[in-house]
Design a protein around this ligand. Structure first.
Ligand code: G3I
Length: 372
């Protein structure tokens, strides 16, 4: 499996400072965040008031084994993203033998709880099956293209009608704005991106198709490159609906012009989404660092709320108990909105307060399955 590099958020010379004070907020008792039914002041209810979908990445092992985790997932969120179980490595562990079981269970959970699903992800350089990693270098471009085409067609067809947004291509760029030197670029050239969108559209014409990446939240070489890419795709008539801004943040780096950046993509006629929000910090967490985390969550949500075409705001897991962060960034963590005991943190209450205060936010469009 390819090694996933640590996210170099902040390496772009960003200009503003993550220093806004934490919003003062009353903290209701933790019990109101749990419970099997969603209350009128759950994140999902408050988001629904302004036509916004609020989501979480889901760890399907936790979903199967932990009732409190399950209750919060159902009660607080109106979309879910498979943290891992829709990735190629998981769905086709040996060539030609699909295992959709975990992803199917998540989709069934979403349907039972009236949630939409973000499909993550069809084309990535990471979490590829071992059989593909072993064989790709020896394949001809035509062979590899056929394998990618089949993967996209089979997966999108399997979930046809059940996925709201697909992350069709994930993390195709380097931080300097050049295309990542993945097997896809090496063998297929840059046209693999347009092909992937066309193939996904053929398999499920109603799913919203997104390009998704990290470190593109702010203007700079990488987000400029993605901006050029999506303009180019639009000019070619490629069926792309939106751009996903992962938004993996760290309190040691600045948080500059997110809203303006979202808006310039929206002005292209695209929908936008914050797809993997978390805000990590050095451990142990100091009060100052937590204030910065609260401010960052608040600012990222407010940026989405201020842009009419921002249709969903998704946290990359809600609990520090199963975050990807400590395994990748040594000495850092506490990136999520619930603590390791599944108790809501001030970050959670900041999101609630912003949603509650945002009743006048502009009307949004993309609330159902399919294009508007
Ligand atoms: O399932 C195996 C298990 O069988 C094995 O024993 C264990 C040993 O390490 O590994 C398990 O797989 C791990 C998998 O998560 C499921 O837990 C992988 O090692 C681990 O690398 C993988 O990490 C995921 C990571 O993507 C891979 O790059 C994280 O959970 C997931 O949160 C993270 O998500 C990515 C998004 O997809 C794209 N954007 C960045 C984001 C954070 O890195």
């Amino acid at each position: 499996m390819a090694i996933h590099r640590p996210l170099l958020i902040g390496a772009l010379g960003l200009c503003a400072v993550l220093a806004a004070p934490a919003a003062a907020m009353a903290a209701p008792g933790p019990s109101e965040a749990g419970g099997a039914s969603h209350h009128s002041d759950s994140l999902r209810s408050l988001a629904a008031n302004i036509g916004l979908r609020i989501g979480t990445a889901v760890n399907t092992d936790q979903l199967a084994s932990n009732e409190a985790y399950r209750d919060i997932t159902a009660a607080e969120f109106s979309t879910v993203t498979a943290e891992n179980v829709m990735k190629w490595q998981l769905v086709e562990p040996t060539q030609g033998n699909y295992d959709w079981s975990a992803a199917d269970r998540l989709v069934a959970f979403a349907e039972a709880n009236h949630q939409l699903v973000r499909g993550h992800t069809l084309v990535w350089h990471n979490q590829l099956p071992d059989w593909l990693n072993a064989a790709a270098a020896q394949m001809s471009p035509d062979q590899l293209r056929a394998i990618l085409h089949k993967h996209i067609t089979d997966e999108v067809t399997h979930f046809k009608g059940k996925i709201w947004q697909w992350d069709v291509v994930n993390e195709a760029f380097n931080d300097d704005g050049t295309l990542r030197n993945s097997i896809w670029l090496q063998k297929l050239g840059p046209g693999y991106i347009a092909d992937a969108f066309r193939w996904a559209h053929e398999a499920d014409p109603k799913a919203k198709l997104f390009y998704n990446d990290y470190n593109i939240e702010f203007t700079g070489p990488k987000s400029n490159a993605v901006y050029s890419l999506v303009k180019d795709l639009q000019a070619q008539g490629v069926p792309i609906d939106g751009v996903g801004f992962q938004t993996h943040l760290d309190t040691q780096y600045p948080l500059p012009d997110l809203q303006n950046n979202l808006q310039r993509f929206a002005d292209l006629g695209l929908e936008v989404a914050e797809t993997e929000v978390d805000v990590r910090t050095s451990l142990p967490v100091t009060p100052t660092a937590q204030s910065a985390q609260v401010a960052a969550y608040s600012q990222t949500l407010q940026a989405c709320m201020a842009v009419r075409q921002c249709i969903s705001y998704t946290v990359w897991g809600f609990s520090d108990a199963d975050s990807w962060v400590p395994g990748v960034f040594r000495g850092e963590g506490a990136a999520d909105i619930y603590d390791e005991n599944l108790q809501p943190k001030p970050q959670y209450f900041a999101l609630k307060q912003d949603l509650a205060l945002g009743k006048g936010a502009p009307h949004r469009t993309g609330q159902g399955v399919g294009r508007n």
